[in-house]
Write a protein that binds this ligand. Structure first.
Ligand code: BGC
Length: 539
């Protein structure tokens, strides 16, 4: 990897800290656990890690409720553990991106405690969005906004005022029109940049500014405002003024050496509006959730790929790709679960890793983990679960590392049970069980990431589509040095003719009955299978 603009084509591995590796035996993953697994991540072949929040937090929303932005939660370690982890990561050639959660604090944050103790109209309340209610006694919420986790987005406090929380009541929204809030977060960015972080993932990056006057949304189809995300502009998302914040953040990032970057978790109604977050005076990247939302069909993927590349062209920025994260059911399960879902997920991984731009991988997808659908209700910790019946816990089950019984080496022998139980069937998914097995998903990811790293065509090359049969995606990445790699994905249920001749480098399933992936040009590609071919002459 060259040092210049590393993030443009990086493979970024998302570490959901609570569920990655538990070093101290309390059943919760921690920074020392990440540090102990850095050799695994280096050998996997990723370029950077994105760590979900590890800051002091009551953990109502898995750490996305921050009580102190400059302190590590004791469950995850301390700042010394962070410093040791980042030093080792950098020594291993891995960059570190941390989450910043600016839309809301925890209700346990000293600012919110001070706001509760202060009177309506006080400077303490001005850091948040406190309002009087509607109706004769102010007993109705100030407007009709709904929480993304279900129920009204307002909670009433003792003196009768209400405060806004787009998420859980334990996550009060900050008032980003208050200069003190802006100054505080600029300082938080500097705090972590000084400690050496290479970038930030900005949580709810489109949410910090609310429309003046906090107008009602009005009636919505289906009754749930969340359903409009990304499809219509809500008065609490994607307001023009939010861009001022990023125009202030960018010079801070640019003032540090070494290409520090920021990636937005932003949703907007059109690709054009999403593109406004990206550029030389704002953020470097935004997540591309359309790829995650695509169905496993050639048409769906092709539409998203073409749309995303066109959107990236609008701003001269590389695009990003993601198949799974800590908020969505794992893609093995979305694609049908069981062996069929895994077979498709492996093909989708090769498609994603062959596309131009950066790829965000979610921990455990390299093991082919499915969503855990049958977690006992009493284990579920997602705050949305009691209100909506939907829970994101099934994709947050701790990573299985080794052994034959839960928690599969997640923590030390004799430690506390993992905070979420892994199913007994995960014995076949452990890192230990898959290492060295050429048919395993782990070895597929390792091979693909190695090729992606070694081949300039896959890192910086242009993309050109090839003619192919229906339900087949075929394209060539061509590097400046004349190298060319084709990616062919058969999304149909029948074998298809491979439209280009080349030497197979990686395939998501065996290319012939012998199980080989390294024989000469395959003539046909099995159903729902992907292959990368090194081309001697471009077809
Ligand atoms: C995070 C979620 C979190 C929410 C509120 C999202 O963008 O990815 O996990 O619940 O923000 O902070």
């Amino acid at each position: 990897m060259t040092d210049s603009l590393w993030w443009r084509s990086a493979a970024v591995y998302q570490v959901y800290v609570r569920s990655f590796a538990d070093c101290d035996g309390d059943g919760i993953g921690d920074l020392a656990g990440i540090r102990s697994r850095l050799p695994y991540l280096r050998d996997l072949g990723v370029d950077a890690l994105w760590l979900t929040p590890f800051y002091a937090s009551p953990m109502v929303d898995g750490g996305y409720d921050v009580a102190d932005y400059r302190r590590v939660d004791p469950a995850f370690g301390d700042l010394d553990d962070f410093d040791a982890m980042i030093a080792d990561a950098h020594a291993a050639g891995l960059r570190i991106i941390v989450d910043v959660v600016p839309n809301h604090t925890s209700s346990a944050h000293p600012w919110f405690l001070a706001a509760l103790a202060a009177a309506p109209g006080s400077t303490e309340r001005e850091r948040y969005l406190f309002r009087d209610g509607r109706g004769p006694d102010g007993a109705e919420p100030p407007n009709d906004w709904q929480s993304i986790f279900g129920g009204p987005a307002w909670t009433r406090v003792e003196d009768g005022q209400w405060y806004l929380h787009l998420f859980d009541p334990a996550q009060p929204d900050l008032n980003w029109r208050n200069p003190e809030v802006r100054a505080e977060f600029e300082d938080v960015l500097r705090f972590w940049l000084d400690r050496g972080v290479d970038g930030f993932r900005i949580d709810v990056a489109h949410g910090m500014i609310k429309a003046e006057g906090l107008p009602d949304v009005g009636p919505v189809p289906g009754g749930r405002q969340i359903g409009l995300l990304g499809k219509a502009r809500l008065p609490y998302f994607d307001q023009d003024e939010v861009h001022e914040i990023y125009r202030a953040w960018r010079p801070i990032l640019d003032s540090y050496p070494g290409d520090r970057m920021a990636v937005a978790e932003a949703w907007a109604e059109t690709p054009q509006r999403l593109a406004r977050y990206i550029g030389p005076d704002e953020l470097h990247q935004a997540f591309n959730f359309d790829f995650l939302d695509a169905t496993f069909t050639a048409d769906s993927f092709r539409k998203v790929i073409d749309g995303s590349l066109a959107e990236a062209d609008l701003v001269g920025a590389p695009t990003t790709w993601v198949l799974s994260n800590h908020d969505k059911p794992r893609h093995v399960t979305r694609y049908g679960d069981g062996p069929a879902g895994l077979h498709r997920a492996r093909a989708a991984a090769l498609l994603m890793l062959a596309l131009p731009g950066s790829a965000y991988l979610y921990q455990g997808e390299e093991l082919g983990l499915p969503e855990v659908l049958d977690l006992p209700d009493e284990c579920r910790q997602d705050p949305a679960f009691p209100r909506t019946g939907e829970s994101r816990d099934g994709c947050r089950v701790p990573v299985p590392w080794s052994g034959t019984a839960p928690p599969f080496g997640f923590g030390p022998e004799g430690g506390a049970p993992a905070w979420l139980p892994a199913p007994a069937t995960w014995r076949e998914y452990t890192v230990e069980a898959q290492t060295g097995d050429p048919g395993s998903t782990l070895e597929l990811y390792r091979a693909a990431l190695r090729v992606r790293r070694d081949q300039p065509a896959l890192r910086d090359g242009t993309l050109r589509w090839l003619e192919a049969e229906p339900d087949v995606l075929a394209f060539v990445r061509e590097g400046d040095d004349g190298s060319a790699i084709a990616c062919v994905v058969n999304l149909s249920g029948a074998p298809v003719t491979v439209p280009v001749a080349g030497r197979p480098l990686v395939a998501s399933a065996p290319l012939d009955a012998s199980g080989s992936v390294t024989h000469a040009t395959p003539a046909v590609l099995a159903p729902e299978t992907a292959v990368w071919l090194e081309l001697s002459s471009v077809g």
